[in-house]
Design a protein. Structure first.
Length: 76
């Protein structure tokens, strides 16, 4: 799914975190969990709608979420 997006797609609008930022944090900072991802990037620490679809409640209607990217990069 990540391959369908420009790496500059802003996943977290609150703190301006892109797909590339998330991938880099996973690869460079040994991020393994959503908590790790939030600590390193600050994504999902404000409104929290970008973390996963179930927590969005249709407010942001993101096309991809932090959890999806994390799972895809870690699990290949």
């Amino acid at each position: 799914m990540i391959k369908d997006f420009d790496l500059d797609y802003e996943v977290c609008n609150c703190v301006k975190v892109t797909i590339k930022d998330i991938i880099d944090s996973i690869e460079d900072s040994n991020v393994k969990t959503l908590r790790d991802l939030q600590e390193v990037t600050k994504a999902g620490t404000e409104c929290r709608h970008c973390i996963f679809e179930e927590g969005d409640f249709g407010k942001m209607k993101k096309k991809i979420y932090c959890k999806t990217i994390l799972n895809e990069v870690i699990n290949g």
